[in-house]
Design a protein around this ligand. Structure first.
Ligand SMILES: Nc1ncnc2c1ncn2[C@@H]1O[C@H](COP(=O)(O)OP(=O)(O)OP(=O)(O)O)[C@@H](O)[C@H]1O
Length: 255
């Protein structure tokens, strides 16, 4: 199939397109004909009550579940042919993380570099430098040797964000990144995301329960709804051109 050619200015390429996507677990229909497009530099908040199908949708977008009907395109390419996974950073739900996992912060951040088929690749000097950069950017360099399970919730969030940013992605997917941490940590983390959205060429797709903070940025009126899911969207126009930026370096320069 050809690249999707819907009207898109050079900086507003289609990033994620859901075209009548449906999914059922057995007889339980969870998603029914979901249609939505996220364009470059949109910040999309995916809001819905417990069981609305948010996680199911994210799992389909990252290729872990296959839609039973409909199609998903990433960066204009149908999902079953999409290979550029380095363009996508993923921040998982912290509650899915096993606190006994025996890895250091540096190892967790480095693991973001491994593409799906590169698990056995050797770590190059460039990889190591990139990890140091990501940790500096997120102010977690002093935690590099600590076991991830020994950190506070807010510190763990930063580690997972550093891991997601290590490849300089174009799309950042976050699954309830602010759950289970205190409100000050939530606010700081969201400010960091907002800053990244306003100043960098990044698209966000975030599942969240923290409605007030998120909706005050994205607006209370959803752009689209589908079943019990609502897509709240804010677009950033800060960058005047489409120049590529090295996210980690520019973020760090901004302090
Ligand atoms: N592996 C599975 N097998 C069977 N049913 C499932 C499975 N995963 C999810 N479900 C069911 O599908 C529905 C949607 O689940 P999903 O996790 O996608 O919702 P959600 O919107 O992310 O919910 P929450 O806000 O509680 O995380 C729920 O009723 C859930 O019980």
């Amino acid at each position: 199939m050809k690249r999707n050619e819907t009207a898109a200015a050079p900086c507003h390429q289609e990033i994620v397109a859901l075209d009548r996507v449906s999914y059922a677990y057995g007889t339980q229909q969870v998603l029914n004909g979901v249609t939505f497009t996220a364009r470059e530099r949109d910040f999309v908040g995916l809001i819905g009550s417990n069981g609305a199908g948010k996680t199911t949708l994210l799992r389909m977008i990252v290729g872990l579940l296959k839609p039973q009907q409909g199609q998903i395109r990433l960066f204009g390419t149908p999902l079953d042919r999409f290979k550029d996974w380095h363009l996508i950073g993923y921040v998982p739900q912290r509650s899915h993380f096993n606190p006994l996992f025996p890895a250091t912060v540096r190892e967790v951040v480095l693991s973001g570099l491994y593409g799906r088929r590169k698990l056995l690749r050797r770590i190059t000097k460039g990889d190591a430098d990139r990890a140091e950069d990501a940790m500096k950017t997120l102010h977690i360099s002093d935690l590099a040797e600590k076991r991830i399970g020994a950190l506070s919730g807010g510190q763990q969030q930063r580690v997972f964000l550093a891991r997601a940013l290590i490849n300089n992605p174009k799309l950042l997917i976050l699954d309830e990144p602010m759950s289970g941490v205190d409100s000050e940590t939530q606010t700081n983390f969201f400010h960091l995301l907002r800053h990244m959205h306003q100043h960098h060429n990044l698209t966000f797709l975030m599942v969240s329960h923290d409605l007030e903070m998120v909706l005050s940025y994205l607006g209370h009126e959803p752009k689209e709804t589908s079943g019990k899911l609502a897509f709240h969207v804010r677009h950033s126009h800060d960058l005047e051109d489409c120049a590529e930026t090295d996210l980690l370096h520019t973020l760090r320069k901004e302090g």
